[in-house]
Design a protein around this ligand. Structure first.
Ligand code: DGL
Length: 269
């Protein structure tokens, strides 16, 4: 039986899920979290589905072994490849990521939107379904953001190199007259300063993390699982080194002061 005081599990191929954790901590300041970064296997974007299912399943077993009450799959690529498998196999609630095609399609004036994500995300059922459902009469200009995850993981999200690579993906979208850009990978919000350097001021950039945090809160409330009793803490685990995570946490103020954090490297699953 799940109880209120158990932590929330959250995972990503690496540091990208921290963009989701930041919103979760803002909305649910009393909850404790266990964050797993699969840094040894990052990036997931070009891996095949069975490989991502295997990796995600091992992480989920680790998180369940650490007594979590709910798991946020803070990775679009892992959600696309593995969430159906995970929901079928485990009774614990899962919250996944999905490209924010709906708000972009509902609000576009130019009837043209951009989606930037990994190859794995574009291959998934969720992308096909949401674009069919909400964007059948909208032009979607989509690009696989090859190399962008690596820039974030290497600690260069604001570098001239990042701006140069983003030009390659965003310029053709702007030529398609997009007025909304959907960030379909949890690493990409950390490129926001670089994106803003090349995007016109009227381009709306959509990060789905706040919506995912809201959905997490809703599910916890529905199941009576909101924590009210013990102070929050966050434990970070990585299958590689947690240095990348520490760097992003500091650069983007992911965790407010006062929440105790612990870090553990080289976890084998
Ligand atoms: N943060 C992951 C996502 O949202 C990155 C995927 C990757 O590792 O390539 O898709």
């Amino acid at each position: 039986m799940n109880t209120t005081v158990q932590p929330i599990g959250i995972f990503d191929s690496g540091a990208g899920g921290l963009s989701v954790l930041k919103e979760l901590v803002k909305l649910l300041p009393k909850e404790s979290f266990i964050y797993f970064a699969d840094s040894a296997n990052c990036p997931y974007g070009q891996k095949n589905q069975s490989e991502i299912i295997k990796l995600s399943n091992a992480i989920v077993q680790f998180l369940i072994g650490n007594n979590v009450k709910l798991i946020v799959v803070a990775c679009n690529t892992a959600t696309a490849a593995a969430i159906d498998f995970l929901r079928e196999r485990y009774s614990i609630p899962f919250i996944g990521m999905e490209p924010a095609i709906k708000p972009a399609s509902l609000n576009t004036k130019t009837k043209s939107i951009g989606v930037l994500a990994t190859a794995g995300t574009f291959k998934g059922r969720l992308y096909a379904e949401t674009s069919k459902k909400y964007a059948s009469n909208i032009k979607i200009c989509y690009k696989v953001g090859e190399g962008l995850v690596e820039l974030v993981e290497n600690g260069h999200p604001d570098s001239p190199e990042a701006v140069k690579l983003l030009h390659k993906y965003v310029d053709p979208m702007l030529a398609c007259k997009i007025d909304h850009l959907v960030l379909g990978c949890t690493h990409y919000p950390f490129l926001i300063n670089a994106i803003k350097q090349i995007a016109p001021p009227n381009l709306t950039i959509i990060d789905p993390a706040p919506a995912v945090a809201k959905q997490t809160k809703k599910i916890l409330e529905e199941r009576g699982l909101i924590n009210k009793n013990i102070p929050a803490s966050i434990n970070f685990y990585s299958s590689g080194k947690t240095d990348v995570i520490k760097n992003i946490i500091n650069l983007f103020e992911v965790v407010p002061n006062g929440i105790p954090m612990k870090f553990a490297d080289n976890i084998t699953l």
